[in-house]
Design a protein around this ligand. Structure first.
Ligand SMILES: Nc1ncnc2c1ncn2[C@@H]1O[C@H](COP(=O)(O)OP(=O)(O)OP(=O)(O)O)[C@@H](O)[C@H]1O
Ligand SMILES: [Mg+2]
Length: 361
C-alpha cells in the first residue's frame, strides 16, 4: 500500500500563484479529503500529484521515492473525474477492460478482472450496455471500476459524486467508503462540499487561495478551526460571527452592546478587535435565567424546516451594529416570521479570532 508526501509544492499559471507552498502527508489507507471553495486549487493539486501538471517548486514522493519528474503513466495512480470520462462508443465491458488492454494483459486475465470488479460494484448485468444506457450512478460506478481494475497504489478522485442527485450521492458516499475499506486503498478525494468532507475523510485539508488553512481530523477542524475562514467554511449553516472589543477582563463590547461575562477572565489585548464565532447549534432561543450569558434580541427572517430540526435565520435588533444570525433548533417550536425572539449563548462555547488576521486565539 502506499504513502504520499507533498513537500512545499508551488505552482503558478501566468505568473499568478495558484498553489502556495503546500505540504502534507497521506498515510497508507488514508481517505484524505481536500475541500475548499471553487478556484482554491483542489483540482490543480490532484493534477500535480497525477503528473498532469509540473510544479514550479517542491517535491512529490510516493513510498519515500520522488516521482516529481515522472510522467503520469509511471506513477501508478488512478484518477476518477466528475464527468466519468467513459468512452461512449465502447460497452461497459470494454470500458472496464481498457486500462488492462493498454497494459497488454492477456484476455483471460482481463475477463476475470472485469467480472470481479463488475461484481464488486454491482454492475455485472450492464457489461454489454453502452454508457448512455446507464443511469448517472451506474456510470459513476463504471468510472470507479475502471480506476480500481488497475489496482493502483493511489486513487485520486475529483468531485466524483457531484453529478449525482442528492439521494444517489448519499448512497454512493457510503459505497465508496465501503469499497475503500475493503480494498485498503489510499484515496485523495476532492470536494467543495464541506458535509462530504466531514463525513468521508479521516483527514481533511481545507484550502483557500491555494494554501492549506487547516489540516486535521474532521472533528478537530470542526471543533477547533484554525482561523475564521475555516470556521465559516466548515459547518452548515455557517458559524455566526460578531465583532467585539475588550473593556476589562470580564467585560466585552460586542457590536456596540456591553456584556458582563460570568466566570471568564479574558487575557486579550485591550487595544485589538476580535471576532467571536458561535455555531448555530449553541444559540438558545427564549428567556434564560443565567446572568452573564450573552443575550440579545432578534427578529425572525426565515424558518427552514429540516425534518425534526429547524434553522432559524434572524437579524439582531438591539446591537448598535446589527447583523444576521442563524440558529439551529431541534424539536418542536412555535416561531413565526417577523416574531421577536431572545437569543443567548454561553461565552465558553464561542471561538475567538483576531479580527484582522482571522487567526484563532
Ligand atoms: N491550466 C491553467 N491555466 C491557467 N489557470 C489555471 C489553469 N488551471 C487552473 N487554473 C486556475 O487556477 C485556479 C485554481 O483552479 P482549480 O481548478 O485547481 O480550482 P478548484 O479548487 O478545483 O475549483 P473547482 O471547485 O471550481 O473545481 C483557478 O483560478 C483556475 O482558473
Ligand atoms: Mg476542481
Amino acid at each position: 500500500m502506499s504513502k504520499l508526501k507533498l513537500k512545499n509544492l508551488s505552482k503558478s499559471f501566468k505568473e499568478k500563484n495558484i498553489i502556495n507552498d503546500i505540504s502534507f502527508d497521506v498515510e497508507s489507507g488514508d481517505f484524505m479529503v481536500l475541500v475548499g471553495p471553487s478556484g482554491s486549487g483542489k483540482s490543480t493539486i490532484l493534477r500535480l500529484i497525477a503528473g498532469l501538471e509540473n510544479p514550479d517548486s517542491g517535491l512529490i514522493e510516493i513510498n519515500g521515492k520522488s516521482v516529481t519528474s515522472f510522467p503520469p503513466k509511471d506513477r501508478d495512480i488512478a484518477m476518477v473525474f466528475q464527468n466519468y470520462a467513459l468512452y461512449p462508443h465502447m460497452s461497459i465491458y470494454e470500458n472496464l477492460a481498457f486500462p488492462l488492454k493498454m497494459r497488454k494483459e492477456n484476455n483471460e486475465t482481463i475477463k476475470k478482472s472485469v467480472h470481479e470488479v463488475a461484481e464488486l460494484l454491482g454492475i455485472s448485468k450492464h457489461l454489454m450496455s453502452k454508457p448512455k444506457e446507464l443511469s448517472g450512478g451506474e456510470r459513476q460506478r463504471v468510472a470507479l471500476g475502471r480506476a480500481i481494475i488497475r489496482k493502483p497504489q493511489l486513487f485520486l478522485m475529483d468531485e466524483p459524486l457531484s453529478n449525482l442527485d442528492a439521494k444517489l450521492r448519499t448512497q454512493m458516499r457510503a459505497e465508496l467508503l465501503k469499497l475503500h475499506k475493503s480494498l485498503g486503498s489510499t484515496v485523495i478525494y476532492v470536494t467543495h462540499d464541506q458535509i462530504e468532507a466531514l463525513t468521508m475523510g479521516n483527514k481533511i485539508a481545507v484550502l483557500n487561495n491555494g494554501s492549506i488553512q487547516h489540516l486535521g481530523k474532521p472533528k478537530d477542524v470542526y471543533d477547533k478551526p484554525n482561523n475564521s475562514f475555516v470556521a465559516g467554511f466548515v459547518g452548515s449553516p455557517p458559524m455566526n460571527f460578531f465583532e467585539f472589543k475588550l473593556i476589562d477582563s470580564q467585560t466585552i463590547n460586542m457590536q456596540g452592546k456591553t456584556f458582563k461575562l460570568k466566570s471568564q477572565n479574558l487575557k486579550l489585548n485591550p487595544s485589538s478587535s476580535f471576532k467571536l464565532g458561535i455555531r448555530p447549534e449553541y444559540i438558545k432561543v427564549g428567556e434564560v435565567d443565567k446572568i452573564g450569558e450573552i443575550m440579545f434580541e432578534a427578529s425572525v427572517d426565515l424558518i427552514e424546516m429540516l425534518g425534526n430540526e429547524h434553522v432559524v435565520y434572524a437579524t439582531s435588533i438591539d446591537f448598535a451594529v446589527n447583523s444576521s444570525v442563524a440558529i439551529k433548533v431541534i424539536g418542536d417550536f412555535d416561531l413565526k416570521q417577523n416574531s421577536k425572539i431572545k437569543l443567548s449563548f454561553d461565552f465558553s462555547n464561542a471561538h475567538i479570532f483576531d479580527s484582522i488576521s482571522g487567526d484563532r486565539i
